[in-house]
Design a protein around this ligand. Structure first.
Ligand SMILES: [Zn+2]
Ligand SMILES: [Zn+2]
Length: 194
């Protein structure tokens, strides 16, 4: 019974899928599309289509079916419910990449006190980061989720900020000050330029 539509879709082809999509966009029902393409719609269903498509009308199944034209081994296809070897790999690769990115973004606990100590020693913030091999994203990123860290860092920066600068100005920021006044000024300046 397998017509060209079914044969193509099982292996990720897109020719008849595209035609089906066009017909679907024109408002045809699944049965009409099936008839037009000479394929009974039961045959055209993807053997691994996601559970959710089993509910609801045949039209929903068609729409999902059309969306499944994304190639195997892509996250799009995985998100559509395919669990073939290629799609599993695409998913796990992505998960790993995210995990690595998150780990790099984290500020290690043992680094936090070193960072504070270095700030209190009076070294400029940029030099402190360079010395400890930290990115500013690591340092500031944590302030968004860790209130205690945010306060400790702020206290250190405020305590050690130079007296001879007018804080909350671009000049002070360019000079390297990252006290909350200077950061706030910079944040507003960047927002304006956007
Ligand atoms: Zn797949
Ligand atoms: Zn400042």
């Amino acid at each position: 019974m397998a017509g060209p539509w079914a044969a193509e879709t099982r292996y990720g082809g897109a020719v008849d899928i595209k035609r089906a999509a066009d017909l679907y966009a024109q408002g045809r029902t699944l049965r009409q599309i099936g008839a037009e393409l000479g394929v009974p719609y039961r045959v055209a269903e993807h053997p691994r289509r996601p559970r959710t498509t089993r509910r609801g009308s045949g039209d929903v199944a068609t729409l999902t079916h059309v969306r499944q034209a994304a190639a195997h081994g892509t996250l799009a296809r995985w998100n559509n419910g395919c669990r073939c070897t290629l799609c599993r790999r695409a998913h796990s690769d992505t998960q790993r990449a995210w995990g690595r990115a998150r780990a790099q973004q984290r500020l290690p606990v043992e680094m936090r006190q070193q960072l504070l100590d270095a700030i209190y020693s009076g070294r400029p913030f940029r030099m402190v980061l360079r010395d400890l091999g930290l990115t500013s994203n690591q340092v500031w990123g944590l302030t968004k989720t860790d209130q205690e860290w945010s306060e400790k860092l702020n206290t250190a920066l405020m305590a050690m900020r130079p007296d001879d600068l007018r804080h909350g100005t671009n000049a002070a920021y360019v000079h390297g000050c990252v006290c909350s006044d200077c950061r706030e000024h910079q944040r507003i300046r960047m927002a304006k330029n956007r």
